[in-house]
Write a protein of this length. Structure first.
Lengths: 138, 138
DNA sequence: TCCTTACGTAAGCAACTGCCTACATAGTGC
DNA sequence: GCACTATGTAGGCAGTTGCTTACGTAAGGA
C-alpha cells in the first residue's frame, strides 16, 4: 500500500496486523503507557512506538502526555468508518446473493439479459464472444 | 506485514487497499471477468490478477473457470470475521467509554483513582513513581 | 491446423513495512 | 545543577508489496 492516503485504508491497514490488534484489545481494558504495552509483546519500545503511530494515524487511538509518560487511549469512533463499510457491504453482498435466486431464472434464459446490474454490462466489448457479463454459479 | 498468517489479518489487509475495495464494490454489482475488472482501473492485467489473488486468499472472492474467461464472484461470508471483530470491539470500546463517564468524576479528582486495575498495573515496576495506571473501571 | 483472446506466472524494480540499535528529547526527583 | 526514566526519532537492514514487461497456458474460432 503506497502511502495509504484515505482514512478507510489507514484503518484497515492498522487492523491488518495481529500485534496492533492485540494492542487495541489490551487498550480496550484501559489506557496504558507505551512501556506497559511493550511488555507483553516481546518487542522493543521503538517498535511499539511505531505500531502506536500507525494506530494513531488511523484515528484508532490517542496519545496524550501525562507527566513523563505517554498515555494511550482508544478512540471508539475511529472504528466507525470501518464498521460502516463492512456492515454495508456485507449486507449488500448478502442481499445480492439472496436476490440472485430470483434473477437466476432470467439469466438462465441465456440472452445477454442487458445485465441485471446497472453498469456491469460494460464488459470488454472487444471480446470475440460475449464474456459472462453477469452470471452466477448454476 | 510479514506474510500475514491469520485469516483476520488477511481480510483486513485485503481491504486496506482502495483498488481492491473498488474491485469488491464493482463485483458487488455482479460477477465479472478479469479483463472487465482491469478496464476501469488503468492497470495492467497481471496487476489486477495479483489483486484478485490477494482477495481470493482472504476468502473474499472466488475465481472459477468459465470457458476461456475467469469469472470472479464475491464470497459474502468472507467478510463475516471482519464484521464480527469490528462490531464486537467497537461496541466494547463504546460501552467502556460510556461507563467511563461515570468514573470520570473520580478521575478528575487527580488522585490515582485507587487503581482498580486488574492486570494493567503490571506496569514496569521499575519505575520511580507509579505510572498512570490509568482509569480502568471494569 | 493456426491464430486470436483471456489469463496466469516469472523476473525485475522502486517503494514501503517492520524490526533493530543508537541517539535525542522531555519530565521527575535528588 | 545532575542523574534517571519514559518515549520519540533517525538510520540501517531484511523482507514484502505493487507495479511493470515479458512469456507461457488454456479455450474458442476460421
Amino acid at each position: 500500500m503506497p502511502i495509504a492516503t484515505d482514512p478507510l485504508s489507514r484503518i484497515f491497514f492498522a487492523l491488518a496486523d495481529p500485534t496492533r490488534r492485540a494492542m487495541l484489545e489490551r487498550l480496550a481494558a484501559g489506557g496504558a503507557t507505551v512501556g506497559a504495552l511493550a511488555e507483553p509483546f516481546a518487542m522493543s519500545r521503538p517498535a511499539v512506538s511505531q505500531h502506536l503511530g500507525v494506530l494513531e494515524q488511523a484515528g484508532l487511538i490517542e496519545r496524550t502526555r501525562q507527566g513523563q509518560w505517554r498515555s494511550c487511549a482508544l478512540r471508539p469512533e475511529g472504528l466507525d468508518d470501518a464498521e460502516r463499510w463492512v456492515a454495508e457491504h456485507r449486507a449488500a453482498w448478502q442481499s445480492r446473493f439472496d436476490r440472485l435466486d430470483a434473477t437466476l431464472a432470467d439469466l438462465a434464459r441465456g440472452h445477454d439479459a442487458s445485465a441485471t446490474s446497472t453498469s456491469t454490462s460494460t464488459s470488454t466489448s472487444t471480446s470475440t464472444t460475449e464474456p459472462p457479463t453477469e452470471e452466477k454459479e448454476q
